[in-house]
Design a protein around this ligand. Structure first.
Ligand SMILES: C[S@@+](CC[C@H](N)C(=O)[O-])C[C@H]1O[C@@H](n2cnc3c(N)ncnc32)[C@H](O)[C@@H]1O
Length: 364
């Protein structure tokens, strides 16, 4: 979800509320519909804004010194002729300018959102208690209406909403009910077990009638999948990004296979992974021409190989391009960081393939 920066506009306006429309009335039965009487006086100096006007009963009105009419006399008379000036029910009140409801658009979001519009802590505590009756409540839930407004203003149906701090899962739940796709992450397994997962499961099953469900007509549907993410393969140290201790030794190959989307094959040395016709070989050290020939010798017909090594001799790449065109060498961790980022970008466009680290959620 993107918020507007300098010079950008809010993407969506808000809906008009009954409260906002309540000030529009139609005491004179104007066929153009309801209107409210807007002030015609201003403090801002206006060179054409000092004149007198005479109402239907002959009473004359002017503005005091230092104040001004907001429109010129010519404009005033034009509006009066068009029935757009209101002189009060008896025709002798200070004039106001009719603003018709049919002429005003939907409001732009303002920076202050009162709780009567978007709910409060009390609202969200109530929502959570209804969802998890009898449990000790999640400490910091947000009201669904608040999140609804944020998502409404910053996205449209089908967009992806990201909440890196899932907690009780309000953002994902509301995004789901509003027809957005979503990604959410939670660091605490117990919070996921106790709140995030059961809540989102209820939303999908149509068993969450609370929050915004009624106003958006939510009855369930869709789905999601969960991924338990392992510890990072890398550590950001003073001397650069290094492989984390856990990913070295025997576990290096498995970690690389997972990161590059290969199915791990622990018993296929010197190869250790497969993805279609691409095989994987991981060397926990230096790769030179000798290792390249050995690895390529283990390939089947039409197979290519991605070789990942911690250091690469210059002749290794030349040898590989001669003996197995289409195969490639990657240096860890440098090249893995960039290819990992590319894979993540692709994953936002297509449903992720399952890897052994992934667990199914409730549907897709
Ligand atoms: C205030 S709650 C978030 C509420 C939530 N956004 C919602 O829609 O209801 C903050 C959550 O962020 C989680 N958290 C904190 N640090 C995190 C991290 N580095 N990665 C993922 N979750 C984290 C906390 O465990 C807590 O559950």
């Amino acid at each position: 979800m993107s918020m507007p920066g300098t010079g950008q506009k809010w993407r969506q306006r808000l809906s008009r509320s009954a409260e906002l429309d309540a000030k529009y009335k139609n005491p004179d039965g104007d066929p153009r519909g309801s209107w409210f009487g807007d002030n015609l006086r201003a403090n801002k100096p206006y060179s054409l804004g000092t004149y007198s006007v005479t109402g239907p009963t002959g009473r004359t009105f002017t503005v005091p010194p230092g104040r001004f009419w907001r429109i010129s006399k010519e404009k005033f008379e034009q509006m009066d002729g068009d029935g757009r000036i209101w002189w009060g029910a008896r025709g002798d009140a200070f004039p106001t300018m009719k603003r018709f409801l049919s002429d005003v658009g939907r409001p732009v979001p303002r920076t202050f959102w009162p709780h009567r519009e978007v709910g409060s802590n009390r609202t969200s505590n109530g929502e959570i208690k209804r969802l998890f009756a009898g449990q000790s409540p999640f400490a910091t839930p947000k009201p669904e209406r608040l999140i609804e407004r944020i998502i409404h203003v910053g996205s449209k149906a089908g967009d992806i909403v990201l909440d890196c701090f899932a907690g009780s899962g309000t953002t994902a739940a509301v995004a789901h009910k509003m027809g957005r796709r979503w990604v959410t992450a939670e660091v605490s397994p117990s919070t996921v077990e106790q709140f995030t997962l059961p809540r989102l499961t209820k939303v999908v099953a149509g068993e969450d009638p609370g929050g915004i469900s009624k106003s958006v007509g939510w009855q369930g549907g869709g789905g999601f999948r969960t991924v338990t993410v392992g510890p990072s393969m890398y550590e950001d140290t003073a001397v650069g990004v290094l492989l984390a201790e856990w990913a070295t030794n025997g576990r290096f190959a498995r970690a690389v296979a997972g990161q590059l989307g290969f199915e791990f094959q622990p018993d296929a040395a010197p190869l250790c992974g497969v993805r279609g016709r691409m095989r994987l070989a991981v060397i926990d050290g230096t790769v030179g021409p000798e290792e390249v020939r050995q690895i390529v010798g283990a390939l089947g017909e039409k197979e290519r190989v991605t070789i990942v090594a911690k250091s690469v001799l210059p002749q290794a790449e030349m040898t590989l391009s001669e003996v197995s065109p289409g195969s490639r060498i990657r240096k860890a961790p440098r090249d893995l960081l960039t290819s990992g980022a590319r894979r993540m970008r692709r994953r936002t466009e297509a449903p992720p393939r399952h890897t052994p680290e992934e667990k199914e959620g409730s549907g897709t």
